[in-house]
Design a protein around this ligand. Structure first.
Ligand code: SF4
Length: 401
């Protein structure tokens, strides 16, 4: 590496540490400068067999991006050129903010891998949503269009396939796939057999990535040439310091120069089959800490990976793994236990009660009424994470209203 590059890297690195230290929610990445362990470019990985390469860090836009022009600009400049949004995020303000950016910097569009999503389950609804997304984001095409929150592979039927092919032929989308928060392994394994899914974004983190189901699903998708993006990589928020393992874990990472948040990103990047991590980065602090982690080449040691797994095991009853088929089939009615657990996670672990509450209140009132009366003991007996489902459903009814 040339001296000039070294200076650039060191300056960027120190900037990351300095900004992150300014009263931030994420602690600074303050590993002492060691040029051999850093890259001065955002690393890229192939996105399945699409022929495209994407940065290993992507910008999660489930926020009002119209208020985040600085972060978007700096993300672009630092190589975070994969941007993820959805037509529903912040009531459309996420897409509109990206449109505002692209209007100001139209030449950046070609370098941005732009993803958006729709919840519509009819082809007419998908067409309407896609056109609205194009208009809001002031672009002629979406690089990757997702069906949002697929819960079972059967939802990906022939009509959806024909719609995706038609929109590709029209040049409105380049690639098609889906996001999934529930029953992820089943959805991914099913998709790997279809032959027309280009990309998937799924919950994936140090808690979920080691299960046999998830390993098999990732392998099957990789063999099928599907590009994979991991989301929810923090696995339920920051490491607390309640137990001996937690203290050991957080302390060990800090000794190595990482925060636990950065270590969790590294754990996911160690899987070569994951093309990118989608991370919500609402401010410069988190952007710079994540960029620093992406550019640093240091790997977690076997001991650190073992500690993370031990921590995941000890705290498993605090984290819903999204295997909703298991618990929801054990209770009467249509209680969306997996979704409610996710909304609680937004409120409690992501410190975003508005987001959790907004989504919770979309559950029909009759189901919310039913939620209070149902017997959850059968579901609790089946839950692999040993979660106190009954108590948590009641908590949601009081915390998320
Ligand atoms: S509550 Fe338990 S069984 Fe239900 S989705 Fe979460 S981890 Fe799976």
């Amino acid at each position: 590496m040339s001296e000039k590059k070294n200076q650039w890297s060191r300056r960027e690195f120190l900037k990351a540490a300095g900004i992150a230290g300014a009263g931030s929610v994420v602690a600074p990445f303050y590993r002492p400068a060691n040029a051999s362990e850093r890259s001065d470019k955002m690393p890229l990985r192939p996105f399945g067999n699409t022929g495209l390469k994407v940065p290993i860090l992507s910008f999660g836009g489930s926020l009002d991006t119209s208020l985040s022009m600085l972060v978007l600009r700096q993300a672009f400049k630092r190589g975070v050129t994969y941007w993820d949004t959805a037509n529903t995020y912040m009531g459309g303000r996420s897409e509109k903010g990206i449109g505002k950016y692209l209007e100001k910097y139209p030449r950046d569009r070609q370098q941005i891998f732009l993803v958006t999503k729709s919840h519509a389950w009819t082809t007419s609804g998908l067409s309407r949503d896609l056109d609205l997304s194009l208009e809001r984001m002031r672009t002629d095409y979406i690089d990757l269009y997702f069906l949002h929150s697929v819960r079972e592979a059967g939802q990906l039927d022939g009509e959806i396939k024909s719609w995706a092919e038609k929109k590709k032929a029209q040049g409105k989308i380049r690639l098609f796939g889906f996001s999934t928060h529930s029953n992820m392994a089943e959805c991914m394994s099913g998709a790997s057999k279809l032959g027309w899914i280009d990309g998937i974004m799924m919950r994936y983190n140090y808690r979920l990535m080691h299960s046999d189901d998830m390993r098999r699903a990732v392998d099957a998708c990789t063999k099928a040439g599907i590009g994979l993006t991991a989301m929810k990589t923090q696995g339920g928020g920051q490491v607390k310091t309640d137990s001996e393992t937690e203290l050991k874990l957080a302390g060990r990472f800090l000794d190595q120069g990482f925060t636990d948040a950065q270590a969790k990103l590294k754990a996911v990047w160690e899987s070569p089959n994951i093309a990118s991590i989608c991370s919500e980065m609402p401010n410069m602090t988190i952007l710079m800490a994540n960029v620093a982690a992406a550019m640093d080449q240091t790997k977690l040691s076997a001991r650190e990976n073992a500690l993370l797994r031990q921590y995941a095991l000890e705290t498993r009853s605090t984290y819903c793994a999204g295997c909703a088929d298991i618990c929801e089939s054990a209770v009467a009615g249509d209680i969306p236990i997996g979704d409610v657990m996710r909304y609680l996670m937004y409120a409690r672990s992501y410190d975003n009660p508005h987001r959790g509450g907004r989504r919770f209140r979309k559950i029909p009132l009759n189901i919310r009424v039913q939620m209070a009366k149902v017997d959850y003991s059968g579901a609790e007996g089946r839950c692999p994470q040993k979660m106190a489902i009954g108590r948590l459903m009641k908590d949601a009814l009081t915390e998320l209203v």
